[in-house]
Ligand binder design. Structure first.
Ligand code: SF4
Length: 329
């Protein structure tokens, strides 16, 4: 069983932690509940932190059609809290210390990272845009563009969740390597993540391999800084399905002379069905894992590609799982 470090995750406090929304309510999130044992959450409510009470009159983003700076306004009082929110965000992020990711409330004028409504005026008006960023969320994205940052709404999508978790736990593991000060740990990290990084970004994976090999005998701090920059670049986007297929075929290459024709055909048929979007990647990874166990390939068994985050967090849509509602009652 693989051991995972506990990533540090800043979370909007109104998600499962406190009834601090403008209307005194809390947001329920099964995902956040399931994640709680595996991460160190750091809850924060920026609106409460800047002195707005609970309950409070709601805020909205106001930006003119001609562009210009987006303001955070409390329409009921006419108060403009943009600067105070920006100052709070800067201070909070300055003093935060090490962090691996953020889970922020979707569509909030403070915490939203996208899909927040912006209005032309503080008064009664239709939204100008539905793709604005909240003021605190904008500071997070500007300060930490390379970390695992998502909103709780998008995390309901399994593909968004998969990428978020893989990135979050990989960055947390890398932070351990940074702390270790050990070149051996960096090489081990690169070795165990090789297939995962190939799936994410083949060119960056090659660059990472060269950096970790450290042919120029540079000091650890220099190497690990360089490696971290490339790692974050490699993981900035989720792997494409074609890259996943390249990795699956690459791993098949380790066994192809030891498999029967029927086994290879079954695998290749599954690859085609995955390419056609008829199945997930799971049947293929399961087949590969069974061959890794049968041929006792220790190098492949340690690849994080097969388990980039704790298995308990891997789940299928409850609607299609046998745990879903009994449809025959
Ligand atoms: S969205 Fe952010 S500011 Fe609004 S209640 Fe939640 S934590 Fe507080």
């Amino acid at each position: 069983m693989r051991e995972f470090p506990k990533p540090k995750v800043v979370i909007s406090k109104c998600i499962e932690f406190d009834s601090c929304r403008y209307n005194g309510q809390m947001i329920a999130s099964d995902f956040v509940k399931s994640l709680a044992p595996y991460v160190d959450f750091m809850p924060v409510c920026p609106e409460v932190e800047i002195g707005l009470g609970v309950p409070r009159s709601s805020l909205r983003l106001v930006s003119s059609a001609e562009g210009g700076e987006t303001r955070l306004i409390q329409p009921a009082t006419g108060r403009d809290v943009t600067s105070v929110m920006q100052s709070f965000a800067a201070k909070f992020l300055d003093t935060l210390g090490e962090v691996d990711g953020f889970i922020l409330k979707a569509s909030s004028p403070s915490c939203g990272i996208k899909n927040t409504k912006a209005y032309p005026t503080a008064g009664k008006s239709a939204a100008l845009s539905r793709s604005a960023t909240g003021i605190f969320g904008a500071s997070v994205l500007a300060r930490h563009p390379d970390l695992a940052v998502e909103d709780e709404g998008r995390l309901r999508n399994p593909r968004v969740k998969e990428h978020f978790l893989a990135k979050l736990f990989t960055l947390a593991r890398f932070r351990e390597v940074e702390r270790s000060g050990s070149m051996g740990e960096l090489v081990r990290f690169q070795t165990e993540n090789k297939m995962l990084l190939m799936a994410y970004h083949q060119n960056e994976e090659r660059a990472l391999g060269n950096i970790a090999a450290n042919h120029d005998h540079r000091p650890f701090d220099e190497v690990v800084g360089d490696y971290g920059a490339h790692l974050r670049r490699a993981m900035c986007r989720a792997p494409r399905y074609t890259s996943n297929i390249n990795v699956l075929m690459h791993i098949l290459g380790y066994f192809k002379d030891r498999l029967s024709a029927a086994e290879k055909t079954m695998f290749l048929e599954n690859i085609q069905r995955y390419r056609d979007g008829k199945i997930t990647i799971c049947p293929n990874t399961t087949l590969l894992k069974s061959w890794i166990a049968r041929f006792e390939d220790d190098y492949l068994a340690r690849q994080t590609f097969f388990e980039p985050y704790p298995q308990d967090l891997m789940e299928i849509d409850p609607v299609v799982s046998h745990k879903g509602r009994d449809l025959w009652k």
